[in-house]
Design a protein around this ligand. Structure first.
Ligand code: GGG
Length: 367
């Protein structure tokens, strides 16, 4: 039997609430499959550790992660610690330190979930956003001086490298080619940003020549927000810089019903290091402890993780269970349901266990 070593980093806020449920469904799907097992090691890294020990993760944390096959991450961010400290101290440290340069964010409207866009239902919105995950606006170059003085200066330098842009373009074109519509939109802002973004566009042109069977176009990031709202059916695969894709994928999650169902994979496509799977949502301290955090994004991440590990059958079974439960109207309040985190998880576990007859939730679709 194959054994996959998984590092679990629940992090802050609702992270632990959804990751624990994610691990339960992963174990259930592995048991049902019978061909593999997961060996999970938990790490208590995050803002509480920062309060106790002065850092979100230990110095040798990256080395420790390298021995795993995959990482399941929850969320990071706490009202007690400045956001730039938590983000750079954990999530970005791992993504950049392990060179997980492709951040893959699928968006679909799941059955039973309603988009805020009128007339847009299941099948009308099926995108994958590829976020450049190693450089750009998140390069970490900049500084601050003359603090508190009238001449105080703060700089934040976006750095685009040929290597970084070429590899993310190649990844995005290849992903677009693997999807039925073979269509890619390259997001840019090269009208206003005339160096890095013009290079970004030029490299897109170059890489496109390697993919003559992919239909592609280029759109300014501001116009892209309008296209996503007005004509969601026309989009398929999308590639954008670190910051642009971060913003666009929040919009995408909202248009698909809720950020609570939006997953992401931080991938090292060359597999030199483990890839990391996490819900897009943050730590959501406003609902911590209420038992209402939506576990669906984490379940979808778990399916992404299984697929990455080569367990496509188990991944498909897990997504079938998640979609069946959503279709039955068993859902948390963020997507208009009345169920708790635990109830959604139990329904998914029942489905994986083979009982596909679920109670019909009030107002739900039933099955
Ligand atoms: N699970 C995702 C998460 O915790 N995100 C925290 C966050 O603030 N992310 C912002 C970013 O990645 O740009």
């Amino acid at each position: 039997m194959k054994v996959y070593k998984v590092a679990s980093i629940p992090g802050d806020g609702i992270g632990p609430e959804v990751v624990s449920e994610g691990l339960r469904v992963l174990e259930a799907v592995a048991r049902r499959d019978g061909g593999f097992r997961l060996e999970v090691t938990g790490f208590d890294w995050g803002s509480d550790r920062y309060g106790r020990e002065g850092s979100l993760m230990p110095e040798d944390g990256l080395d420790r992660l390298k021995s795993f096959d995959a990482i399941l991450f929850g969320s990071v961010g706490s009202p007690a610690v400045p956001d730039h400290v938590t983000l750079w101290g954990l999530r970005l440290k791992i993504c950049q330190g392990l060179d997980q340069y492709a951040n893959v964010r699928p968006t679909r409207i799941l059955p039973g979930i309603k988009s805020p866009l009128e007339g847009v239902g299941q099948g009308d919105l099926d995108w994958v956003i590829v976020r450049e995950n190693s450089e750009g606006e998140y390069s970490g170059h900049g500084g601050r001086s003359h603090r508190g003085m009238p001449g105080e200066v703060g700089t934040e330098v976006s750095i685009f490298t040929r290597m970084g842009v070429e590899r993310i373009m190649r990844f995005a074109f290849a992903l677009a080619r693997s999807r039925p519509r073979r269509r890619l939109t390259v997001v840019t802002k090269s009208n206003a940003q005339r160096f890095g973004m013009v290079m970004w566009d030029g490299i897109a042109d170059e890489v496109a020549r390697e993919f003559p069977d992919v239909e592609w176009d280029r759109t300014l990031v501001d116009a892209m927000t309008v296209r996503m709202v007005r004509d969601p059916r026309a989009l398929d695969t999308i590639v954008a810089t670190n910051l642009h894709a971060d913003i666009l994928s929040d919009l995408a999650g909202a248009l698909a019903g809720s950020l609570g169902v939006a997953p992401t994979a931080n991938v090292d496509p060359e597999r030199r290091n483990p890839s990391m799977f996490e819900p897009i949502h943050g730590s959501a301290f406003d609902i911590v402890g209420t038992g209402t955090a939506n576990p669906v994004a984490t379940f979808w991440c778990a399916a992404q993780m299984l697929e990455h590990l080569g367990e496509a059958g188990a991944a498909a079974r897990l997504m079938e269970a998640v979609e069946g439960v959503c279709a039955a109207g068993i859902a948390t309040p963020d997507v208009g349901g009345g169920s708790s985190t635990r109830e959604v998880t139990e329904a998914v576990l029942d489905w994986i266990g083979g009982s596909n007859i679920l109670p019909t939730a009030v107002g739900g679709v039933g099955r």
